[in-house]
Design a protein around this ligand. Sequence first.
Ligand code: EPZ
Length: 421
Amino acid sequence: MEKLVIEGGKPLKGEVEISGAKNSCLPIMAASLLTDEPCVIRNVPPLRDIHTMIKLLKALGIKAEWSNYTVFVEPRVKQRKYIAPYQLVKTMRASVCVLGPLLSKLHRAKVSLPGGCVIGHRPIDLHLKGLSALGGEISIEHGYVVAKAKQLKGARIYLGGPFGSSVLGTANVMMAAVLAKGKTLIENAASEPEIIDLANFLLKMGAKIKGIATHILEIEGVKELKGADYSVIPDRIEAGTYMIAGAITGGDIRLKSAQIEHLGAVIDKLQEAGVEITLQREELRVSRRGKLRPVEVTTLPYPGFPTDMQAQMMSLMTVTEGISVITEKIYPDRFMHVAELNRMGAEIMLEGASAIVKGVKKLSGAPVMASDLRASAALVLAGLVAKGKTEISRIYHLDRGYEAMEKKLAKLGARIWRVKE
Ligand code: EPZ
């Protein structure tokens, strides 16, 4: 096992390149199941989750490989399989987004239920509701979702749950509807940039989708889809994480390839907190000279403040004089990082789905444990500003979603090393 060792206190300076969006790549790779022709997906970072999705495509009889930031997918029509095994799905929940494409293309799918998740209860009832509305016969058997349908048929589907729209639920239903007979209307569709990216990939494959980027998607089913060559958008969550790295260390960094229009809520809150953010020649410059100010943040579906930035924002709040508050409206239990940040001297109190953060003058380096992807990023950010040495174990979580984070941070001047435990 590997861990990260960080010696905090160094303001970060320089330029960092933002990788392609993991949460775009995964459903787009799943969408390649919808065609019999090869697909080329570009700007794909070499992350653990990407390799897991490649393994899953292979298990489904598809030839898939990653090389030089590009995934090549080649279906072998006679060898296709429809079972997504537990062994793979349990390591990555996003595997569930092969369900829609398998059902509409192969007319049957058997996909393991993902099981528990450290960030809280994550049901897939909306996915199943949508696929049933399209005519899928769905049952749960021995821990698997078993779905079949001779021919999916377009339908009107309201896809909202107690916490609003569902990103992968929308992805699954949209991917099923593109090959369904007739028109589908998805109401309360997610409008996250990754869903827009997926829709754009589907358009390139020949799908007919209207209302992209809104909450009502209108899809006219087509008989078949062709292969596509597509480049995914930059990762807004990775960009936001580096923005906080610049801000928390009182540094001055420039983000290459970040897409400013996807970062509105994060930029707004960071500016309110006293961080300077400007756009200079396509690069986003993030710097901080003055004191940080406390802010209140509520996570919401896009274009609200992303839940995937909640933990990182909390790290910034721990060293902001005064009282800051974060309310989590997507995953009310997504607070695994709180106890670890408190071990570093933070003063965070949980009250229901809110965290009340009393800023401290200094965090102090400590051995801490990563519990999930974004919680790991939050610990790295805290380590960058803490006094002394922070050691973060279980960093395989970080490797699921951040490309070579320690290398990118070291290039910005951070004292950070990956070592064997
Ligand atoms: C996606 O997960 C992301 N994953 C998550 O990022 C992200 O946190 C989440 O969207 C919210 O933005 C990928 O894109 C691979 P949801 P997803 O369905 O689609 C409830 C990361 O760190 N819900 O939009 O699974 C659900 O419990 C990961 O990169 C239902 O009630 O999330 C939650 O409260 C972690 N029923 C809310 O909706 C359902 O059927 C939003 O979840 C589905 C979801």
